[in-house]
Write a protein that binds this ligand. Structure first.
Ligand code: DC
Length: 240
């Protein structure tokens, strides 16, 4: 952590699904001693809460009401050995792994397209931002959630590379995986996330674009750390 005492208070990382932004975000947060906040997990938690409550997921008003009332908390990694990057509590229960279920996967795009749900989760995300020392990862963090963040990154990779990574992950987890089907799903989700009316996926005007197609996360992390060092050197005032 030496040398980063004056890193930006909030660092935003946006990008499409499976671009590698979570891995990079987690590594960066570790190096800086910051909280890693994966905002996708908040949309997933809301979706899971609606599934558990057996609400009709197409009932926007009901899902929005639920988003406003659930107790959701994201706790930093504390050395758990089951591969988690953080712990998510829903009404006090640990739901970290349930958030990855196929049922949540299928429904989370719909839930995250509801403006009232987004408004509520953005409000909660800004509270984390205000505490500072956070690397916040998502789709609209630099554009909508913290538009005045001092450092914004946008991580991307080709659809084929992202599908390949997801295919490898599934195989590692012991599931059967069909590359072509995964690629089609990646393209479908990109299309959905980019074309939705509320907070579509796109880089902020002042975001630094990082193409993660042929590079290792370690390489990219070094680039980002250099960027932080250079910025602080050039303009020590803008760090907060
Ligand atoms: O990153 P992920 O796959 O866990 O995200 C789950 C869903 O939430 C995905 O459909 C995109 C959406 N999402 C969003 O709309 N805005 C964010 N800031 C983060 C995720």
């Amino acid at each position: 952590m030496i040398g980063f005492e004056i890193a930006p208070k909030v660092i935003t990382i946006d990008g499409p699904a499976a671009s590698g932004k979570s891995t990079i975000g987690q590594m960066l947060a570790d190096r800086l001693g910051y909280l890693y906040l994966d905002t996708g997990s908040m949309y997933r938690t809301t979706t899971l809460a609606a599934l558990k409550a057996e609400i009709d997921l197409a009932d926007e008003a009901e899902v929005t009401r639920l988003a406003r009332t659930i107790d959701m908390d994201i706790k930093p990694f504390t050395g758990e050995t089951d591969g988690r990057q953080y712990t998510v509590l829903l009404n006090g229960d640990d739901v970290t792994w349930e958030l990855r279920s196929p049922q949540v996967d299928t429904n989370v795009s719909l839930v995250s397209s509801f403006p009232g749900v987004r408004q509520e989760l953005v409000r909660r995300q800004r509270q984390y931002g205000q505490s500072g020392r956070v690397v916040m990862v998502g789709r609209d963090i630099g554009t909508v959630v913290i538009p005045d963040a001092p450092l914004k990154l946008y991580v991307t990779a080709s659809p084929e590379e992202r599908a390949r990574r997801r295919w490898l992950d599934r195989k590692d987890q012991g599931h059967t995986a069909d590359y072509e089907a995964i690629l089609a799903d990646v393209n479908r989700r990109d299309q959905f996330d980019r074309s939705r009316t509320v907070s579509p996926l796109r880089p902020a005007k002042d975001a630094i674009i990082i193409d993660n197609t042929d590079r290792s996360p370690e390489d990219i992390l070094e680039d980002i750390l250099k960027l932080i060092r250079d910025r602080v050197k050039d303009d020590p005032i803008s760090r907060t």
